[in-house]
Ligand binder design. Structure first.
Ligand SMILES: Cc1cc2nc3c(=O)[nH]c(=O)nc-3n(C[C@H](O)[C@H](O)[C@H](O)COP(=O)(O)OP(=O)(O)OC[C@H]3O[C@@H](n4cnc5c(N)ncnc54)[C@H](O)[C@@H]3O)c2cc1C
Length: 366
C-alpha cells in the first residue's frame, strides 16, 4: 500500500520539486510553483480529512510524503511541515467548525499560506518564557525565525494572557501580519523564508480557548516533529543513494572505492541507521494513528534519532565523495547544511532528550 504511494509521490516530487531544488538553495529564493503543483496533486493537505479539502491520509501514509519530499528538497519539506503539521493539523485539533471551514480548504489548496509563530529572541526552547502579550484580543510583541512569515496569510501566534507560566499562554489566529525577512544569510533551508513578526496591538482570534496556548503549541509540535523526523529519513536516504552511486563508479588505486572495506563500513553504517530511522518513524506514526499515549515519546525519539542519524550520514557522504561532495554540484553539500536545521527547530535534540527522559522517569514505578 505505502509502496504504491511512495512510487506516486516520488514521481510527483521528481517532476515538480527536483528541477528547482538546487536553484532555490543557490539563489536563496522561495519558489511557490512547485508547492502549487504538489497541492494540485493532493499532497499539501495529505493528513487533512477530505471533508476539509485534504487527502485524508493516515500518519503512516503522510510520512511517506514528507520523506520523499525531504529526499529532494528540505526547504519544500519544511514548508509542508509548517503549513500542514503545525498550522492545518493544529486547526483541525483545536479550531471551531467555522475556523476549520474557513482555513483548511485554503491551506490544502495553497490558496492560503500559514505560519506558526512561537519563538522569540529571548524565548526559544523555553517556550513559557515568552514576552509577547495579549490584552483582550490585541497582541503586542515580537517573534523571530518564523518559517513562511513573509508569505503567510494566516499566523498561529502564541501570547501571554496571564502571569501563570504555562496556563497563562493563549493561541491566536492572526491575519494582519507585519513580517520582515530575517536579515542574515542562513546555513541551510535557503529556499525557505524565515521572518521576524512584529505585533503592536494587532488583533487576533483565540483558538483552542484562553489559557490553553501551551497545550495547543505542544500538540502542534507533535504533528510537526513527525514530519521533521520523516524529512530527516529522506535526507539520509539521499545521502546513501549519492554515496553508493559514487562508490560504485569512482576508481582510485585501480579499484572502485566501493571495493575498499573502509568505504563499505561507512556505507554499512549509513544503510543500517537508515533502516532503523525509517522503522522508528513508522512506529511513531502508527502510535499517532492509534491515538496511543506513547505517541508523543516515540515522536520525540524519532525526531531525535532520525535527525542525528541523518546528520551522521550527511557528514560521511560529503567526505566519501571527496572534493565532489564539497560543492553544490552534488546535493549532499546542501543536505549537509540543511540537516542542521532539523536538529534545531521544533525542539532541539537536547529538548527531545529531556521530553523522552522525563516521560521515562516521570511516573513512580507500579
Ligand atoms: C531553519 C529554522 C526554522 C525555524 N522555524 C520556526 C518557525 O516556523 N516557528 C517558530 O516558532 N520557530 C522556528 N524556529 C526557531 C526554533 O524553533 C528555535 O531556534 C529552537 O526552538 C531553539 O531555540 P533557540 O534558537 O532560541 O535556542 P536556545 O533555546 O537558546 O538554545 C540554545 C542551546 O541550549 C540548549 N538548551 C536550551 N534549554 C536547555 C535545557 N533545558 N537543557 C539542555 N539544553 C538546553 C538548546 O538545546 C541549544 O543547544 C526555526 C529555527 C530554524 C533554525
Amino acid at each position: 500500500m505505502t509502496s504504491d504511494l511512495r512510487a506516486r509521490v516520488r514521481a510527483i516530487v521528481d517532476r515538480h520539486v527536483r528541477p528547482i531544488a538546487r536553484r532555490a538553495d543557490a539563489e536563496r529564493v522561495f519558489l511557490r510553483e512547485p508547492l502549487d503543483a504538489l497541492a494540485q496533486e493532493g499532497l499539501v493537505g495529505a493528513p487533512i480529512p477530505k471533508a476539509y479539502g485534504g487527502a485524508g491520509m493516515t500518519n503512516v501514509e503522510s510520512i511517506v510524503v514528507y520523506e520523499e519530499t525531504g529526499r529532494v528538497c528540505s526547504s519544500t519539506r519544511g514548508f509542508l511541515a509548517v503549513q500542514v503539521g503545525l498550522v492545518a493539523q493544529c486547526l483541525l485539533d483545536w479550531g471551531s467548525e467555522e475556523q476549520k471551514q474557513r482555513w483548511l480548504p485554503k491551506l490544502c489548496s495553497m490558496e492560503a499560506i500559514g505560519c506558526y509563530a512561537l519563538t522569540e529572541p529571548d524565548a526559544g526552547s523555553d517556550v513559557a518564557g515568552m514576552k509577547t502579550t495579549a490584552q483582550g484580543n490585541k497582541i503586542t510583541g515580537e517573534k523571530w525565525w518564523i518559517t513562511n512569515g513573509t508569505v503567510a496569510d494566516v499566523a498561529l501566534v502564541f501570547a501571554r494572557t496571564s502571569d501563570d507560566r504555562h496556563r497563562g499562554l493563549t493561541a491566536f489566529l492572526v491575519t494582519d501580519i507585519d513580517a520582515e525577512k530575517m536579515e542574515d544569510p542562513e546555513l541551510g533551508h535557503r529556499g525557505s523564508v524565515h521572518a521576524r513578526l512584529r505585533f503592536d496591538e494587532t488583533p487576533g482570534e483565540i483558538i483552542g480557548g484562553e489559557g490553553n496556548g501551551f497545550t495547543v503549541a505542544m500538540s502542534a509540535l507533535d504533528h510537526g516533529r513527525l514530519g521533521v523526523a520523516a524529512g530527516a529519513v529522506g535526507i539520509h536516504a539521499a545521502c546513501l543513494d549519492e554515496s553508493l552511486a559514487f562508490a560504485q563508479t569512482r576508481k582510485q588505486f585501480g579499484k572502485r572505492i566501493g571495493d575498499f572495506q573502509l568505504i563499505q563500513a561507512d556505507l554499512a553504517n549509513m544503510a543500517t541507521e537508515l533502516e532503523a530511522s525509517r522503522l522508528l518513524c513508522e512506529r511513531a506514526a502508527q502510535l499517532a494513528d492509534a491515538n496511543d499515549p506513547q505517541a508523543r515519546r516515540l515522536t520525540s525519539m524519532a525526531k531525535l534519532y532520525c535527525t542525528e542519524a541523518a546528520s551522521r550520514a550527511a557528514n560521511k557522504a560529503v567526505v566519501l565523495l571527496g572534493a565532489r561532495g564539497y560543492n553544490n554540484n552534488n546535493p549532499v553539500e546542501r543536505h549537509y547544511r540543511d540537516i542542521k536545521g532539523l536538529e534545531i527547530y521544533e525542539g532541539t535534540s537536547h529538548i527531545q532528550r529531556l521530553i523522552i527522559g522525563r516521560d521515562l522517569v516521570g511516573k513512580p514505578p507500579k
